[in-house]
Unconditional design. Structure first.
Length: 307
């Protein structure tokens, strides 16, 4: 164990080999029998009273995912580098229905400022006495031929898309260990972590997403077993979306004429996705509905990688 002092407490983080899963089975995060055997309608998707962090939550996919968790009753902190969330966020705020019990809050945070990220996530958990889930959706894209990539460009991309994602998961897991919340961590990867992206020169983005898919397997292995003190039991998975109409992709279309048509022709649905088409997936992964899923990658791409 390594000790880490904070202004609130000294916490021991697990270090070294993970517990052997069979001698430390993760039974504690099975949904209660009255939740998943029909006494409540889809009770195992209920996240009322749970607290979540979604990075990249100011707009685009992160915002749609944050809204899904709010709609299902969660209290969601959207973290983003943008000083203010955009117009889409204001519209999402107006849709928050207090009858559903959820809440949507905004905190400015650059995920590559990992020290501040860690203290912010610690403060959010302390404010609520828990942290139940995190979605690491903050990401950046840079369209540049491989021959022109500079080391600084590579480092800048990886600081957000890989290190930022890893440190978001680490900071969240620390709080889940601390509060013994048996949380769920969802890393936003991409089908671009599985295939080269026809028509788009983005070697670093694509390989950063491949790294995120592999990271999820390793974090799941380390954190899924429940430890002697009742901590752990943290599930870690990825979502790998296909092409979605978001501000990031609209910028790609401006940069590369004809790209939209190329991408629409590349999947079995003949169109791009809307951000709202990922709401069900994130709710599945962050709720008890996915209690037996860890270390895996949910590919939602309109069949793009299937032919
Ligand atoms: N749009 C797609 O087709 C698509 C497909 C697969 C995966 N993804 C992934 O989904 C995630 C969301 O992408 P999107 O398409 O909604 O893009 P987007 O650009 O619309 O949203 C990304 C958000 O991340 C924030 N962000 C960027 N750098 C940050 C930093 N250092 N710290 C904190 N926040 C930061 C941005 O401000 C923005 O609000 C990304 O990880 C992206 O790689 C997108």
């Amino acid at each position: 164990m390594t000790s880490r002092s904070t202004d609130r407490a000294t916490v021991d983080w697990p270090k070294g080999a993970s517990p052997e899963p069979r001698s430390h089975p993760n039974t504690a995060n099975k949904p209660a029998i009255d939740e998943n055997v029909g006494r409540k309608r889809f009770g195992d998707f209920n996240v009322t009273g749970k607290v979540f962090v979604v990075t990249g939550g100011a707009q685009g996919l992160g915002l749609a995912m944050a809204e899904a968790l709010v709609e299902a009753g969660g209290k969601v902190y959207a973290l983003d580098i943008a000083p203010e969330p955009d117009q889409q966020w204001q519209e999402a705020m107006e849709r928050v229905d207090p009858d559903h019990g959820g809440a949507l809050l905004y905190r400015q945070q650059d995920v590559s400022d990992t020290a501040h990220l860690d203290s912010l996530i610690e403060a959010i958990a302390a404010e609520n006495g828990r942290l139940d889930g995190v979605v690491a959706a903050a990401g950046v894209q840079q369209v540049t031929p491989a021959l022109d990539y500079t080391p600084d460009d590579v480092a800048r991309m990886l600081a957000v898309n890989y290190t930022g994602v890893f440190m978001t998961a680490q900071s969240a897991a620390r709080q889940m260990f601390r509060y013994k919340t048996r949380g769920s961590i969802c890393l936003i990867a991409s089908m671009s972590g599985l295939i080269a992206n026809k028509g788009l020169l983005s070697p670093v983005y694509n390989s950063s997403k491949a790294a995120v898919i592999q990271l999820a397997r390793n974090l799941a292995m380390e954190w899924s077993p429940v430890r002697e003190d009742g901590s752990g039991g943290i599930r870690v998975n990825c979502i790998s979306p296909g092409h979605i109409l978001t501000p990031m992709v609209r910028k790609n279309f401006e940069e590369v004429p004809g790209l939209r048509e190329t991408w629409e022709a590349e999947n079995m649905m003949g169109r791009l996705a809307e951000t709202t088409e990922f709401k069900g997936a994130v709710l599945f992964l962050l709720s008890g509905a996915s209690s037996f899923m860890t270390g895996n990658n949910l590919v939602i791409d309109g069949g793009h990688t299937a032919w």
